[in-house]
Write a protein that binds this ligand. Structure first.
Ligand code: ZN
Length: 827
């Protein structure tokens, strides 16, 4: 049976008297002592109640006062179940200091290290090898003296005895694709580790070094003092992984049809490990999932590749005259001001290049300023298109590099998606500061680097493509180009906190997708899409070290992105959120924020205490499930005895008759046969108005002021909406109230309503109208995992079932039996 509104009446009492009140639902009568009414002197709300049969009076009084929001229901019981979801985060956040303020901004003594690189690297297309030599200038801006430096040798991930390989747990061997088997077998033997040839100081003297798994410690002859710089060089080489066999964020792809390769090269040179005020050296080894924590600096990189390769990289090409044809340079010039992407190398030219043989080598020189990393791509298969675009005053060359296999999808969407991303992200953060933004198609499905990213989706061989492929491509380009903002520029610690770049980036990705076209099929961002994850088992909080996260994509991408969307749309509103989010991006642009800096800035700039939100969404695995438990209606009881008693008579008449009462109605009664047995009480009705009633009413009225008489005439409905928090996460309560007259009203109640009781609360609604129904979270904005308890009254849950006819299959013997032969024809 569907729940209905429960009605009760309340009695308006004048000062200094005790009034008797009667609840319609059960008929219990009880007294409210006047001192209690005065204690909760919030006008006459304190005198209003719905009695519960069998409840002890004290409990009842506390309960009804709590219902009205001026007390605490069942306080003793609640103490045990109450988790303080509004407890401030200070005790778990790092103590603010001179490097990071309590407002979430960089402090007056904020510092970060700097590493500048000059690198010569050769790409060996015959043996798929990288051979490099770099000179690093490391600036110690920390207050500490450093006796040694740590470098990252990420390619050591690809050795059979790496921690990544040794700690990988067994896969499911029940069913295996050829790709998986090929990958497992290759991992057993392939050595893609870094071979260090030498480490020398600026004077050319060897430096002592120790390789520790994916890191290398370089011992300095004397400690590097605060404020000083040191220069040293490293020579190394390594075997490039086949990224189609050994998954990675870098690698090559081989095309058997034409014998060519596409190289997407990253994590390719020894890079300085970050040294920070929060962690010292970031000593978490590379296990494959937690990404990269890096220092900002300038790069000058000379890339030597086969003479017929096209090379693209982080930064600006310094020697176009040496490596590009006059036609290509002309087209580039034209593209700078073009209104649409212009081919620098056309599909036909790229096709022709596939058959070319190198006449030697060419060296491409790139310079990049204020970047935390450097990646490049190289192939003779590349088509190249470009379009200059103005991003809030910064002229950016948006470019794409892709083989003919990526057509016709890539020339249509890639560079345009790059431009769209820069527009949207710049608006929500800061103007894109770099001179180029590049999207490359190759074996890596989606990976970001400063100014350049690698994106995988391609159409079928015949040039057709599914809807999924199309939107995967646009989505992955928005995502990877978007990473320029987080973590390439807002330089968070990826090795530790995946959500700080992936979560924030996925949130902005959702905004950019929705600005690409109406109803863009975004998979992450909408609260309703996170519901299956939120109700799943096997979760970790968002605030979990990258390597220990369960359900990685949901935890580190989708959940924080959705949380931020909810924070924006439901908790803060767009204006406050956008201001605060931009402030965070602006404060930490080219700096290194920690989670606390984000939490603190969002509060500091919005002016809203969000500790409950960050605590619930980032530090727990609770989910949202709010429910409407009940709705009660109270109306003022008439004081006029004529009205009061007539109303009570009506109520008495409407009370349901018991089965025996109904069946006994026509039974001959003993006293009917002997009327002399009837007396006064057979006729007496306590609901008949007496002179005493009238007199006492007149006296009551005499004591009232005019204003009290006006209050007495109140004819409003007092609805109490009882809410329950089933899931655990506290959230704002959004109610759509539909009245009998067809009008709708939306009531948006901040999450703070749960601050005294995080399990159940009530909200009073005073109205002239009659409520027909109430719907909780009508716009699906809170990721509420159970919607049926959001309806009041409950609705009938509908579904459809399919009819089918049983078909009997053949057993193995029947299948084996030869088909009945046709009768032989007589010749
Ligand atoms: Zn990402």
């Amino acid at each position: 049976m569907a729940p209905s509104l429960r009605e009760c009446v309340f009695v308006v009492a004048s000062e200094g008297r005790q009034e008797r009140a009667r609840s319609r639902s059960d008929g219990a009568t009880l007294e409210i002592p006047s001192h209690l009414r005065e204690m909760h002197a919030c006008d006459f709300r304190a005198h209003f109640f719905c009695a519960v049969m069998n409840a002890r009076i004290v409990t009842l009084l506390l309960g009804l006062i709590g219902v009205l929001g001026c007390g605490s229901p069942a306080a003793a019981q609640r103490r045990e179940i109450q988790d303080d979801r509004f407890r401030q985060l200070e005790e778990i956040l790092p103590t603010p200091n001179i490097y990071r303020t309590a407002s979430g901004a960089p402090g007056p003594e904020y510092w970060q290290q700097r590493a500048d690189y000059v690198i010569d690297v050769e790409l060996d297309d015959e043996q798929q090898k990288i051979i490099g030599r770099e000179t690093v200038t490391y600036h110690n801006h920390s207050p500490d003296a450093l006796a040694y430096l740590w470098l990252q040798l990420d390619a050591n991930l690809f050795t059979p005895d790496s921690d990544s390989a040794l700690t990988r747990t067994a896969p499911d061997l029940g069913r295996m694709s050829f790709d998986t088997l090929r990958s497992l077998l290759t991992r057993e033997t392939f050595d893609g580790g870094v071979k260090i040839a030498e480490v020398k100081d600026a004077a050319g003297q060897p430096l002592r070094y120790t390789v520790v798994k994916t890191m290398m410690r370089v011992d300095l002859p004397q400690p590097l003092k605060s404020g000083e710089s040191v220069q040293f060089s490293v020579a190394w080489s390594y075997q490039i992984n086949n990224a189609k066999v050994l998954w990675g964020r870098t690698g090559y792809e081989f095309f058997p049809e034409d014998g060519n390769y596409i190289y997407e090269i990253a994590q390719w040179h020894p890079r300085l490990v970050a040294y920070t005020d929060a962690t010292g050296w970031q000593h978490k080894q590379f296990l494959g999932r937690g990404e990269f924590t890096l220092e900002l600096g300038d790069f000058l990189v000379r890339i030597t590749a086969p003479s017929d390769h096209l090379v693209t990289a982080t930064g600006v090409l310094q020697n176009p005259a040496d490596v590009l044809t006059p036609t290509q340079r002309e087209r580039l010039q034209e593209a700078r001001e073009a209104k649409e992407p212009v081919f620098i190398v056309t599909p036909e030219e790229a096709k022709a290049n596939e058959k070319s043989k190198p006449s030697g080598k060419k060296t491409w020189v790139f310079r990049a300023e204020n970047v935390r990393d450097f990646a490049f791509a190289s192939s003779r298969k590349f088509i190249w298109d470009a379009q200059g675009h103005d991003v809030e005053g910064n002229r950016v060359m948006a470019m794409s590099f892709y083989p003919n296999e990526a057509e016709p999808l890539w020339s249509k969407y890639s560079t345009r998606a790059v431009i769209h991303t820069l527009n949207v992200y710049s608006r929500y953060t800061f103007p894109y500061p770099y001179p180029v933004a590049i999207s490359v198609n190759g074996p890596v499905y989606g990976m970001e680097y400063p100014m350049i990213c690698f994106n995988g989706p391609r159409p079928e061989k015949d040039g057709t493509y599914s809807k999924r492929t199309k939107y995967s491509l646009i989505t992955v380009i928005i995502h990877e180009v978007g990473h320029n903002y987080f973590p390439m520029i807002v330089n968070s610690d990826e090795r530790q906190w995946t959500w700080m770049d992936e979560g924030l980036n996925t949130f902005l990705q959702f905004l950019a997708e929705q600005e690409w076209e109406s109803d863009y099929p975004s998979e992450r961002g909408e609260p309703k899409h996170i519901v299956p994850y939120m109700r799943s088992a096997q979760q970790t909080p968002i605030m979990t070290d990258s390597e220990s996260i369960l359900q990685f994509g949901n935890n580190a991408y989708a959940k924080p992105a959705t949380a931020l969307n909810i924070l924006r749309e439901t908790v803060l509103g767009r204006e406050l959120f956008d201001f605060a989010f931009k402030e965070y991006a602006r404060r930490w642009r080219f700096k290194r924020p920690l989670p606390a800096d984000f939490f603190r800035t969002m509060e500091d700039a919005s002016g809203v205490d969000l500790d409950w939100f960050f605590r619930g969404w980032f530090y727990t695995t609770q989910h949202v499930d709010l429910a409407i438990e009940n709705v009660r209606l109270a109306t003022p009881a008439p004081k006029d005895p004529e009205k009061a008693k007539s109303q009570k008579r009506q109520e008495r008449d409407e009370e349901p008759k018991t089965l025996s009462q109904i069946r006994n109605l026509d039974l001959p009664k003993f006293v009917d046969a002997l009327p002399e047995l009837k007396d006064f009480y057979n006729e007496f009705d306590p609901l008949t108005v007496t002179d005493d009633d009238r007199k006492s009413h007149e006296e009551f009225l005499k004591d009232l002021t005019d204003e009290e008489k006006q209050l007495l005439a109140t004819e409003k409905n007092f609805y109490v909406i009882e809410l329950k928090n089933v899931g655990g996460l506290v959230m704002p309560v959004i109610l759509e109230i539909e009245y009998e007259d067809g009008q709708k009203q939306e009531l948006r109640i901040p999450a703070d309503i749960w601050r005294l009781n995080d399990r159940q609360v009530s909200r009073l609604l005073i109205t002239d109208k009659t409520i027909k129904s109430i719907l909780l979270d009508p716009h699906l904005e809170t990721a509420d995992v159970e919607l049926e308890n959001n309806y009041f009254p409950r609705r009938i849950v509908k579904s459809r079932f399919e009819l089918f006819k049983e078909k009997k299959g053949q057993n193995e013997m029947q299948k084996k039996k030869p088909a009945a032969k046709e009768p032989a024809k007589t010749p």
